[in-house]
Each structure stands twice: as C-alpha cells, then as structure tokens.
Design a protein around this ligand. Structure first.
Ligand code: SF4
Ligand code: SF4
Length: 313
C-alpha cells in the first residue's frame, strides 16, 4: 500500500476510535529553537521539583532513541470537555479529572490504532505514548498540524479549543505529513489575565512553581497562604486559563466517552462530605481516576485549604 492510502486509512481509523483529530509529522530530531526554549525553561527552574523533566533529554529531542527506525509521529487529540459540570457551590476539580485516568484510556485507543495499522501494513512497528515518556507532546501535536500552542501553553485545536488529551504513536513506516498551524491567539491575552497566580509569562511560558495545577497535584508539601487564597473552591488542578480562552468558550463541546463520565459520588458530595472524606470513600469515588496522583493526604490538604474559613475572598 502506498503512504498516501495508508495515511488516509490511519486517520479514518483514529476518528472511528473516538479521537477528535489526528495528524502526522516526520520523526525528525526536535527543532533547535524548541530545544533552546525547553532548556531555557529548565534553566529558569520553571519545572519546580518535577525533576523527571530534566532527565532523558537525548530521547526527548530524538524520537529515534525511543523507537528504532522511527519515521513518523502520529499525534491524536481526545476531547474531555464534560457533559455536566459541578455547580458553583460545590468544591471544584479540573475538568480532565472528572472521569477515569486518561493515560489508560488514550493508550488503549492508541494500542488499537497501532494493531489496526499492523493489519494493513504488516512490516510496521511502533510504540504508543500518553504523557508517560520523554516526549514533547504539544510540540509534536503542533508539528502534526493539530493546532497551535496558545499563550496558555496548551495546544489549541482550531474551532475546538484546548480541552483535549494528547497522545502519540511513533512508527517506523513513512506516511504523508501535515504542516504546522500558525498561532491564532493574536493580541488576546485573556488567559494571562485570568491566571490567579500570574504563572503564565508574556513570552508564552508557564512557571510551574506558581501554577495551581502543580501546587494542588504534584506539590507534596504544605501550601502557602497565597496558594490557598488563589485556589478559592478548587481542590484539584485548575482550568482558569482554559475557561478564559475564547476558542473554548465558542467551540468546546461535551465528550461522549463512557470512561470520562464521573460517578455519582463525585457529583453528589457536598462540601461537608468532602471535609469528612474517609480513605474508603476516596478509594471508591476515585477508583481508576487521575485524582489518585495527589494521593489521599494531598486531597485532604487541598480540601482543608479550599474550605479554610479564615481565607478572605
Ligand atoms: S492552570 Fe491555573 S494557575 Fe496554572 S497557568 Fe492556568 S490559570 Fe494559571
Ligand atoms: S486566551 Fe487568548 S491568548 Fe490565551 S490561549 Fe486563548 S486565544 Fe490564546
């Protein structure tokens, strides 16, 4: 089969599997400008204590070190914008954490896509990835023509927004390639203005030390008074820079993935229920959920910070 026909079949199957978009880039070493930006970001200490981001730079910058003979990177996007949103009186979670852990969901779909590719192109082999290996996911999604990286540092899909999980297959077959898209942020800076901690810099970077997603999920230490204040009612993650984006406000539509629908406990819990959350209830409500990354102790810390009566609004 020629590379053009193979590419068409792969993209059609990606949509069949429920992905909203699929694009493909040649698996070349990462552009020097991108490498310089990432090195500068690390040099600034913007990765906070996520030291895994400092390791495996050779693999991060050269996909052929992850998959021998790599020729193509297939990037996909899966919509996670919720069907139903917690009401304002409730304690809040970032939308991506409403359902089951996206790592498994995206990887399972990508594994099915790779198996399909191997049935129509038996010589092909590759590996699937979703946020678990040293890969510059947003860069590859941009290179694959899925969208552009906005000033909120997230990938924005044209006429769809940024509430998407990303995943990749690095494949040893040649395919037809897409072209990167230009930014359509223009003079907008709503995400920078909406960020409660000024974690976004004017040159398009994120300082994770200041970001509430980092603070409420990755940070295992005590939360500072300023972080507690900025969290308001959110106890896991933060979506403020996405909620402010006109591309989301205009185009986001609800996902229809069964695994991304929250269970009843998640929606029904009152503030008091969360404050009294037992280990057993935590395990039941968040079985298979990405929220487990913060661990029980971390979530309890966040609940206590968000409901602290001494906080001034
Ligand atoms: S997730 Fe929240 S804290 Fe982090 S950059 Fe976006 S708005 Fe700011
Ligand atoms: S809010 Fe505006 S500047 Fe920020 S990512 Fe969206 S379009 Fe770009």
């Amino acid at each position: 089969m020629n590379s053009g026909d193979l590419t068409k079949l792969i993209k059609a199957e990606a949509l069949n599997l429920g992905f909203s978009a699929c694009g493909i880039a040649p698996a070349e070493p990462v552009d020097s400008k991108e490498r310089e930006n990432f090195n500068q970001w690390l040099g600034n200490g913007f990765q906070a204590d996520m030291s895994y981001l400092e390791r495996n730079q050779d693999k991060r910058y050269d996909p052929s070190l992850l998959v021998e003979g790599a020729k193509s990177i297939i990037s996909v996007a899966l919509n996670y914008y919720p069907q139903k949103i917690l009401n304002k009186e409730q304690l809040q979670f970032a939308y991506y954490a409403y359902g089951k852990d996206y790592h498994n969901l995206v990887k399972n779909k990508l594994t099915r896509l790779l198996e399909y590719i191997q049935t129509i192109d038996p010589q092909s082999s590759g590996r699937v990835f979703c946020d678990t290996a040293p890969i510059l996911e947003k860069y590859w999604a941009w290179k694959s023509g899925l969208g552009w990286v906005g000033k909120n540092t997230l990938l924005i899909l044209p006429k769809a927004g940024s509430f998407f999980f990303l995943g990749e297959i690095i494949l040893n077959s040649e395919l037809e390639y897409d072209s990167p898209k230009k930014s359509h942020c223009g003079s907008c800076k709503r995400c920078l203005e909406a960020c409660p901690t000024h974690a976004l810099t004017s040159d398009g970077n994120l300082n994770a030390n200041l970001c509430l997603s980092y603070q409420t999920i990755e940070n295992r230490k005590e939360l500072s008074a300023s972080v507690k204040q900025a969290m308001k009612r959110t106890i896991y993650g933060c979506d403020e820079c996405q909620k402010a984006c006109p591309w989301n406000n205009r185009f986001a539509t609800a996902n229809n993935e069964p695994d991304l629908q929250p269970n009843e406990g998640f929606f029904n819990n009152t503030e008091q229920d969360w404050q009294n959350l037992s280990v057993e209830s935590y395990r039941r409500i968040f079985k298979g959920s990405a929220v487990k990354r913060a661990k029980y102790e971390g979530l309890i810390r966040n609940i206590s910070a968000a409901t602290d009566a001494d906080k001034t609004e």
